[in-house]
Design a protein around this ligand. Structure first.
Ligand code: HEM
Ligand SMILES: *[C@@H]1O[C@H](CO)[C@@H](O)[C@H](O)[C@H]1NC(C)=O
Ligand SMILES: *[C@@H]1O[C@H](CO)[C@@H](O)[C@H](O)[C@H]1NC(C)=O
Length: 508
């Protein structure tokens, strides 16, 4: 049989039109579903969902804009996937705490790597329970007390190096990228407190920087389109975190585990891993598919979870303190409180460089500043998946089984119904006398309920100790290039930003 060229053209055209129609149908498949629940919905693009038009806006700002436009609860098509965004603390309480059993699954996230896929945030319930059971106690009060000394020791070593750069610079260190410097110091501190490793060669900060710069970040358009056509992810390099640096850390941990002959005194995270590895053949561990990687990943998680966020929090806090209106006297009040903490250092267990933990816990003004920085710059989102359909009385609709609930933390923490002048840095709102008036679930930076941040007690302790030390020893000066500039999309949940520069001098 013979076809003339017109017929062939016509056939090809028909097939192309058919394929395009199917793709459009596929991308738009869920459209209309959120609308049918009767909640406000962020208007979707013809095929690329609700978030496509803002793919070059930093995620935090984007979520705040959405909340301002659609209110504290609204629907979003993340590509083709419908999600409900919640910034209302009453609903966050129900979903994450009171009715958490209706929302006890997490979105499955494939990091494209066996080791990275053991991230506790995404583990199945059985496995997660075991992991949570042995990781949570690692941050008990008693454990934090033990970590206190190595924490301060690392910090003082870091500070001593900073002081000598200031002296070398004639008393002023100009254009210091404080968050980078803090990142290195916090990495050393974490290694020392939890792994009994002393290393300031720069090797470990490098592993972390590489981990957080996966190749796919170079292709923001393809990444955005992939949320409508997930198959594209198969052709992209890893989009969340880079597997190679994780593997490098895994080998380091394996060596440490293999070479340890007797428990460290006091026991550290390597001892914790060794203890758990012994259970690998128990029926309980087998049933939950607990592997060596599951256990060693938890050590990796302890190693990388805090530094990026803590370094950003502290430098952003200093930036806001220096740019806040002079009549608020934030900087003076902070320095006055810090100096009072250092006045009486007796009964400190032989440690004369620092106030005791108990005394630091009474630093109301410093802690108010920490909370205010945490409010403005949390990790971006916490998510839960609905496992049993649930009626939301306040908004009169039913959350169907399988629906993903997102708590966009930047937006939730700026809910204007909870925080007056929510975009302003105002630490006074967290001072005793005022903070009692806040809704218990208004500040969501560490999540809530059974799946909240395991490392919160450590993160808060590190923030107090590091801030107290740097404000006791250093003074920061605003430069014209001290700016907070966020990138549209970080890897995974990291908040990526340009370095924030300060000039640093010594106090006294
Ligand atoms: C200021 C620093 C930190 C912030 C703002 C932060 C924030 C968060 C948030 C928002 C979540 C999700 C919670 C939820 O879904 O309800 C989380 C989970 C988690 N965080 Fe943190 N985190 C910080 C530091 C740390 C540190 C230092 C560690 C460990 C050393 C850590 C370990 C974890 C773990 C293991 C989870 C998963 C918990 C689970 O699913 O059971 N975090 N964190
Ligand atoms: C709740 O929604 C249902 C239908 O979805 C409607 O019939 C009912 O009137 C609504 N109730 C209120 C109080 O708005
Ligand atoms: C967070 O989790 C811990 C257990 O790791 C639990 O003791 C604590 O009550 C939880 N916090 C909140 C606010 O739900």
């Amino acid at each position: 049989m013979e076809f003339d060229s017109m017929t062939i053209c016509g056939l090809v055209l028909a097939v192309v039109i058919c394929i395009i129609s199917l793709l459009i149908l596929y991308a738009r498949w869920n459209y209309g579903f959120l609308e049918s629940l009767g909640i406000p919905v962020a208007e979707p693009h013809f095929i690329f969902g609700s978030l496509f038009s803002t793919r070059f806006t930093p995620i935090g700002y984007r979520d705040v804009d959405l909340m301002k436009k659609y209110g504290p609860l609204f629907g979003v098509y993340a590509g083709r996937q419908p999600k409900i965004y919640v910034c209302d603390p009453d609903i966050l309480r129900l979903i994450m705490v009171k009715d958490a059993s209706f929302f006890d699954a997490k979105v499955a996230l494939d990091f494209g790597d066996r080791f990275l896929n053991e991230m506790p945030d995404y583990l199945s319930n059985d496995k997660w329970k075991i992991v949570r059971g042995f990781t949570s106690p690692a941050f008990s009060g008693a454990k934090l007390r033990i970590m206190n000394y190595p924490m301060k020791k690392s910090l003082v070593e870091w500070g001593t190096r900073l002081k000598s750069s200031i002296n070398t610079g004639g008393g002023r260190l100009e254009k210091c990228a404080l968050d980078d410097l803090l990142f290195d110091g916090l990495t050393e501190l974490t290694l020392n407190c939890m792994f009994s490793i002393q290393d300031n060669s720069g090797k470990f900060p490098r592993i972390l920087k590489n981990l957080a710069t996966p190749k796919a970040l170079e292709y923001p358009n393809i990444k955005a389109i992939a949320s409508s056509f997930p198959i594209l992810l198969k052709f992209l390099p890893p989009a969340q975190l880079s597997p190679e640096p994780a593997q490098e850390f895994l080998r380091i941990i394996e060596d440490l585990v293999a070479s340890r002959t007797a428990p460290n005194s006091p026991p550290d995270v390597i001892d914790l891993c060794i203890e758990q590895l012994k259970k690998i053949n128990t029926p309980e561990f087998r049933k939950a598919k607990m592997t060596k990687e599951t256990i060693l990943f938890q050590a990796f998680n302890f190693f990388f979870s805090g530094q990026d966020e803590t370094a950003l929090l502290i430098s952003a806090m200093i930036y806001h303190i220096l740019t806040s209106p002079a009549e608020l006297r934030i900087e003076q009040k902070l320095y006055e409180e810090i100096d009072r903490l250092w006045e009486d250092l007796e009964d400190n267990g032989g440690d004369n460089q620092f106030p005791s933990r108990e005394k630091l816990a009474q630093s109301d003004f410093l802690q108010a500043n920490i909370y205010e920085a945490l409010r403005l710059y949390p990790f971006f989102t916490a998510e839960r998946v609905c496992t049993k359909s649930w009626f939301c009385e306040k908004y009169n609709f039913t959350v169907p089984k399988g629906m993903t609930i997102t708590a966009p933390l930047w937006a939730a923490n700026r809910n204007p119904e909870q925080f007056e002048n929510a975009d302003n840095f105002d630490p006074e709102r967290f001072l005793p006398g005022r903070k009692e008036n806040l809704h218990t679930y208004a500040l969501s930076s560490f999540g809530h309920g059974p799946r909240n941040c395991t490392g919160k007690p450590l993160a808060m302790e590190v923030l107090r100790v590091v801030c107290a030390y740097i404000f006791k020893n250093f003074r920061f000066h605003l430069r014209p290039d001290s700016q907070l500039i966020f990138h549209p999309d970080g890897p995974w949940v990291f908040i990526k930003h340009e370095p924030i520069y300060f000039d640093v001098t010594l106090r006294e």
